[in-house]
Design a protein around this ligand. Structure first.
Ligand SMILES: [Zn+2]
Length: 327
């Protein structure tokens, strides 16, 4: 098994973020809106030496949410572009330079970035490296079926869980750049309201499906949080990590399930090869629905180029295909 998740440096991961923000605000007030307890640039990876705070996020989902908090006070870049699989991603030499140059690194954690655990551990000795999932309590996490003691990392599919991740990001921005804490908090609060609306939209769309139609079959096991939050039974023909290939038995079991339940559509994913899901669709003579965005956003100029767009696009595609509106 891999090493445990890296916690935010210099901070107790179990401390509620709201308490931290309160403390942050108090320190700001006491220090007359100067950076908390240190002059800018005095600590490596801490307050800014000059210009905007440089933030590097691993996935597009984290980068997009971080940009909503950052506004013009920080510059956020994503390590992984559209269609990139984070389970298998290994940083290039150029990526390693970007990781070194960033003042704040945001990653998903829960071993989503399975090949980067050692990179994060090493970086956390010199700068702020934050797993955005770290404040989600273990009771709200699902088990990783193939790995004892580990949790399913695909937390962004339950918008309620992602709100907790966004709260962790807000706290990280505030900690890394105290002079702009009030702005980060204000933009973060506005974004959390948008996420609340998104959660409501998902629930409303699912209501359009008869309960027996709420079965979601996809390329890999990414959608269990979506299933739990919005009431779908979920089957992935590959495991939680795309590292394991779909076994023949799992393929034939899935075909049997589709036939037995009269399921109308199954779904390929943007960041997973389509061969296995296409084979199941052909064998079961079932419709292949629109491609779902699972572990990466769509192209920046498309409808799934943001986190909110990705979630809306997925739920729309699922409801449309499973309701039988696609022929
Ligand atoms: Zn995945």
């Amino acid at each position: 098994m891999n090493a445990p998740i890296v916690s935010r440096s210099g901070r107790n991961p179990s401390r509620p973020w709201s308490l931290f923000l309160l403390l942050c605000g108090t320190l700001l007030a006491l220090s007359g809106c100067e950076s908390a307890g240190s002059s800018p640039g005095s600590s490596p990876g801490g307050a800014r030496a000059s210009g905007s705070l440089r933030v590097l996020a691993t996935t597009g989902m984290i980068a997009d949410s971080a940009r909503q908090i950052a506004g013009e006070d920080a510059e956020v870049t994503a390590l992984m572009g559209p269609g990139v699989d984070p389970h298998l991603y290994q940083p290039t030499t150029r990526d390693q330079r970007r990781l070194r140059e960033a003042q704040l690194v945001l990653y998903n954690g829960l071993h989503l970035e399975g090949k980067m655990v050692e990179v994060f551990e090493s970086l956390s000795r010199e700068k702020r490296v934050v797993a955005v999932s770290e404040e989600i309590s273990p009771e709200r996490l699902l088990a990783w079926a193939d790995s004892v003691g580990m949790h399913d990392p695909h937390v962004w599919f339950d918008v309620g869980l992602w709100k907790t991740a966004v709260e962790t990001m807000i706290a990280a921005f505030c900690e890394a750049d105290p002079p702009h804490a009030a702005d980060y908090r204000a933009r973060g609060a506005a974004y959390l309201i948008e996420l609340e609306k998104l959660d409501g939209y998902c629930r409303q769309r699912v209501e359009e499906l008869a309960p027996e139609r709420r079965v979601l079959i996809t390329s890999h096991d990414a959608f269990h949080y979506l299933g739990r939050a919005y009431g779908f039974e979920v089957v992935g023909i590959q495991g939680i990590s795309t590292e394991s290939e779909a076994g023949l038995k799992r393929l034939t079991d899935t075909v049997d399930l589709i036939r037995a339940r009269g399921i109308r559509a199954i779904f390929p994913e943007s960041s997973v090869p389509r061969a296995a899901i296409e084979r199941v669709a052909a064998d079961a003579r079932v419709l292949l629905g629109a491609e779902l965005y699972s572990d990466a956003l769509g192209p920046a100029d498309g409808p799934a180029g943001t986190y909110i767009g990705m979630i809306r696009s997925n739920i729309d595609a699922i409801v449309t295909a499973l309701s039988g509106e696609l022929k």
